[in-house]
Unconditional design. Structure first.
Length: 459
């Protein structure tokens, strides 16, 4: 079956992660109840039952934790599992489109069907490696979350968000934010989950600068919620400084490039939407006042109320946003945003510095060494087939999935602990190839390569 018209994790896809700046996170409702589980295709049923990577198991834990402690008025959260959906889509005789693969997965796991606009939005997010929290309207029974793609390091994921059009705003620069890949991933997933907990800002939409101010509230609320989860789960409150730096440095450095895009484009306002660091700093202050032990005892209903208080007090005003937009366009600070701009500049300078000559030389050497060394499918398949045979039967689909799961988990564990950029990129390439193989460990059919459905520039 030729699936070239539909991509899944295309080789050139650029992750947007938590910097998507969509005009709205509300989309079409789910449809009627799905067919009984007996109607689930046997191969998909096997994948859902037997293919449980560490990332898949983490999503189950995340879903159980959030859904057991939801504030009032919030529907259950359903997380889309990259590994299970990719395995189902990767079968040569599997679904022909990512939309169909996602629809089959949701039908099997939530007991509901979802209409084409919803599936298209989810497929676009997954093809772009773009984490999203998507509320379903008209009384739908779930909020859907596309989580952080588990095959990228923090440095690769964050660096990709600085590519605006044909420009790499981090060229010659080094990110000095000391955040681990796990800390970043956990924050992104919690951030998107908190979009589902939002029952106010998520429905408050608009166009132009007014719409950007409204989206700033939604993003500040989710950022604060993500930081709350980290501290509540045991992180040092000092981690909030790092999360604030993620946002402030990115918004400050990308602001001028976004200002050059057409005003009718959502990208024009992206750096304004994600100017949310003041809310995070206010959360730090509030935790100090409440006391860390007392803060960690708050339930999500109480945390949500606190989140709304902080967001209401520290989100951008229209006047501030207008002055920030003017600064990004002209470089001239206006009184309404002068202190805000000075703070963002200081954070940006501390978080993104010029690379040293030694770092630049190492990057050049790494790039030259990696040229032409992209992993190929045949050795990978041979290794997986041999492992499936060691498990008892190389033709067993369960054994084939087990071999794939073991390699996936091993590579990701190494990626979490790796600090060399060149080694990180090599492991990321291996993981992407592994995710792309047919789970039955057969070579891709001629013409069955997926072409990326997103602009490789990230635009």
């Amino acid at each position: 079956m030729n699936k070239a018209r539909s991509s899944f994790l295309g080789w050139m896809a650029i992750p947007a992660l938590l910097f998507a700046a969509l005009p709205s996170r509300i989309t079409a409702a789910s449809g009627p109840s799905a067919p009984p589980s007996s109607a689930v295709p046997p191969a998909l049923a096997t994948i859902l039952r037997d293919y449980n990577t560490a990332a898949s198991q983490h999503l189950k834990i995340l879903a159980a934790d959030f859904n057991a402690r939801l504030p009032s008025g919030v529907p259950p959260i359903a997380y889309l599992d990259y590994d299970k959906i990719a395995a189902w889509f990767g079968l040569n005789d599997g679904p022909s489109t990512v939309e169909k693969a996602i629809g089959d997965y949701l039908t099997a796991t939530t007991g509901r069907s979802y209409n084409p606009p919803a599936l298209s939005l989810l497929a676009n997010a997954m093809n772009s490696l773009d984490a999203e929290g998507i509320a379903m309207q008209k009384g739908a029974r779930s909020c859907l979350v596309v989580p952080q793609y588990p095959g990228l390091s923090f440095h690769s994921a964050y660096a990709a968000t600085f590519r605006i059009g044909q420009s790499d705003l981090l060229a010659g620069k080094t990110v000095a934010i000391d955040l681990s890949t796990k800390e970043f991933s956990d924050f992104v997933n919690a951030h998107e989950s908190w979009h589902c907990l939002d029952i106010r800002y998520v429905r408050d939409t608009g166009d132009g600068l007014e719409g950007a101010v409204k989206r700033n509230r939604a993003e500040m609320f989710a950022a604060i919620g993500g930081a709350m989860e980290a501290v509540r789960s045991g992180a040092d409150p000092a981690q909030i400084d790092k999360l604030a730096a993620l946002r402030a440095a990115w918004a400050f450095l990308t602001g001028p490039a976004h200002a050059k895009t057409p005003p009718e484009s959502d990208k024009h306002f992206a750096s304004i939407v994600y100017t949310t660091q003041d809310g995070l700093f206010a959360l730090q202050t509030r935790i100090e006042k409440i006391g860390l032990a007392s803060f960690r005892k708050l339930d999500r209903q109480q945390l949500r109320a606190l989140d709304y208080q902080i967001t209401d007090a520290h989100c951008l005003t229209y006047t501030q946003a207008q002055a920030l937009e003017a600064y990004f366009a002209t470089g001239q600070p206006q009184a309404a945003a002068r202190s805000l701009i000075a703070s963002m500049q200081a954070i940006g300078e501390a978080s993104i510095r010029d690379a040293t000559p030694a770092e630049l030389a190492a990057r050049k050497e790494s790039a030259q060494a990696s040229t032409g060394d992209a992993p190929t499918e045949q050795p990978l398949l041979q290794h997986l087939q041999a492992r499936a045979a060691e498990l008892g039967d190389a033709t067993s689909f369960v054994n084939q999935l087990k071999a794939r799961q073991e390699m996936t988990d091993s590579l990701r564990e190494k990626l979490l602990n790796e600090r060399d950029a060149s080694a990180e990129r090599a492991m990321e390439a291996q993981l992407k190839l592994l995710l792309y193989t047919d789970p039955r460990l057969t070579p891709r059919k001629t013409g069955n390569k997926r072409a990326p459905s997103v602009d490789p520039s990230g635009e």
